[in-house]
Design a protein around this ligand. Sequence first.
Ligand SMILES: [Zn+2]
Length: 355
Amino acid sequence: MKAARLVAPRSVEIHDVEPASLVPGSVIVEISFAGIGGSDLAAYVAGPSSDENSWPPAWFGHEWSGRVVDVGDDVPHRFVGERVVGLAPPACGTCRPCGAGLTSHCDFVLEAIVGADPLADSHGAFASQIRVDTRRLLRIPEGVDDADAVLAEPASVAAHAVTRSGMALGDVIGVVGAGTIGLLVAELARLAGAGRVVAVDPEPMRRELACDLGADAAFAPADGAVDWLSRAGSGLGADVVFDCAGLGDSLASAVSMARRGGTVVAVGVADRRGGGSEPSVGRLDLVRREITLQASLGYVVSDSQRVLGLMAEDRLRVAPILDPDPIGLHELDATLRDLVETPRGRRKPLVAPNA
Ligand SMILES: [Zn+2]
């Protein structure tokens, strides 16, 4: 079978590899689609280095949908043929956080999310097949196609951030960075009862997408959004601002958009391994306006169940985020290079390894 491997910075080769053998609790999934996300680009730029900042191989291609083609001895045969997505498992119940009752901070869940669980394959989902622990699988509901289902993973990240933000009915929401996560945050905040939503992104196509998916307005620099916020709702600024960019001045922009006493949520890790600087914000800017700083990392299984339900009911629209023409595995290296060198103006590409 074929699998993409990062062999050096900015170099992916397609290798013939032995399919992983089944172990207890695992299944083999034939990949329908794997999404290319910001973290895949960061891994591509960084290469397969062995230092502590390297991405585990299973992380490279971690947003995917597929079909179960074989099951381990202890897994019911009826799972064969199921359409599935790979997501975070439920809390393990045995790690130290779980033992302390902090199941939403389970070590096993975190390891699985970052591609470091012990059962993970030696490659990610840019491959014909992968082996997966059944605890990491959710069925794709009727009415959600395999391509859209790839976005269950980033939508779970977005749902987790919206939930953690504590936003309330009618809140004015700001979103800095209208990439996949930012677009989904804007959409989910709207579904969660946001009053007004404003997005900030330098790329015109993404601003257009943000407005198509539920933002009331979108601006290139944060100044435009601050001005808009002075006329929206109470005119005091955003109640909650999500920093979904995590680069350069994104956090400071988010703080500038928040009202006095508002909340700023730092969503996910920044892809600094692909270049860019650590976002910073002045302590005085936070204190003077009594900003609450929140952080959101990954997601838990209940976030994924929620977003798959919303997708099945056609209330969470994800298709406009995706490039409608999937690429083959052999085009992965050139596509990654193109995305890194010309990052603007593309929708999220999908890889169809078995097409
Ligand atoms: Zn645990």
